[in-house]
Write a protein that binds this ligand. Sequence first.
Ligand code: ADP
Ligand code: MG
Length: 451
Amino acid sequence: MLTTQSPLARETTRRASEPAALDSAVWQRILQQVRIQHPGLNRVWFDEMVPRQLTNGVIQVTVATPAQMNFCQSQCQQPFTAAAQSVTGRLIAVSFHCNNLPRGGVFNEGDQPLPLNPDYTFENFVTGPCNRLSHAASVAVADQPGQAYNPLFIHGGVGLGKTHLLQAISQRLLASNADARILYLSCDSFINQFILAVETGEMHQFRHRYRHVDLLVIDDIHFLAGHDRTQEEFFHTFNTLYQQHKQIILSADCSPSEIPELEERLISRFNWGLVARIEKPCYETRVAILQKKARMRGLTLPEDVLCYVAAKVENNTRELEGAITKIQGMAMLQEGRIDLDLAKAALGDTATPEQRRITIQQIFDAVTKYYNVRLSDLQSKKRHKSIAFPRQVCMFLARRHTRYSLEEIGGYFGGRDHTTVMHAVRTVNADIESDPDVAEQLTYLEGQLTA
Ligand code: ADP
Ligand code: MG
């Protein structure tokens, strides 16, 4: 209940509904509005949010965990504010708080609180043959940091749950020990922090920061590839923590020895503890994941819809989530029940690429035409960017849209090995994320291929 007596509060609530203050009915309407406008955002735990007070035109909402607070602050502020304004007809904002912030400090770059995602917990993780070992090892490490496996190295393809597990470990450790000093960050951040420390002469602080933690988690460690000086620094960080029995957890898109240009001594250390691989989920696991993801959103999907989606979306788990969001969106739009027809309509035109049908020749044709390069150049050893980049795009597309192995794809490009192909896939993925031009080029090319 909001009981503040500011003029705005009185006015807002008088307009909105009975009795005084912003009562729960208003809050319910705000929630409902958010759920309708942003189906993908909805979480079951929204029901447990407590709108505390309305001060200076801001509704202060309390959530239960730091991870929920991070989620709300990064994704919900705008949608909730818009809903609050439309429900009350006033220019008010919504802000999120949590009373249980960790004391030990969970920090990433710039001493910002760790961006933990409340969805990424062990409770929300579905196990199957594809990930059983990684999951069991993660639970063991969360319960006995520094003792079970050190380091824990989890690897597997994009969207298979590595980040989810890393965050689940951090969240469980935090829940059992609010004083734990946890440093969770992406490899990119580590590299950037290191470069910055070198430039500003603050190596001492840098070292202090990374060598005095109970748990160091670095996601996507394969980005260390080729960064010699950062590797050297990380080597010492690793040793210091290891000797103090502090837990180290790493993830990568391939096994330690497959990371290109990684120092031998790091490879060997990464293999000291447990190296666990996550495979693509099988059909049954996909059904279970869909069910779990739907429930988290307060949604029940009928059996036949679950089976249809699980059979159709087999690439990675992130795409399963996307499918749920599409179906949910379509259901909201049509105000209809979710059934098989609706699911088919929602996913119909965005069918996953016909993986068996696209040939490598079609990829060559599309890419050479688009970038105006010759096939013989792509297959040559030339390294100029005007050729190297289209070549990487070809590899990326071949990996994504055909069933060829990394080795086979490498073979098409003048006998390059699988690490080169992996590197190409990563580079293009990273470029798509960071460079809108590249994202547009790839959207166009994929459109050509799947047309
Ligand atoms: P990665 O880091 O391996 O690229 P993520 O951890 O980001 O993958 O996972 C992508 C999405 O798939 C996330 O939303 C995650 O919650 C979900 N996901 C992956 N594996 C599972 C699983 N076994 N159970 C539940 N959700 C999963
Ligand atoms: Mg990840």
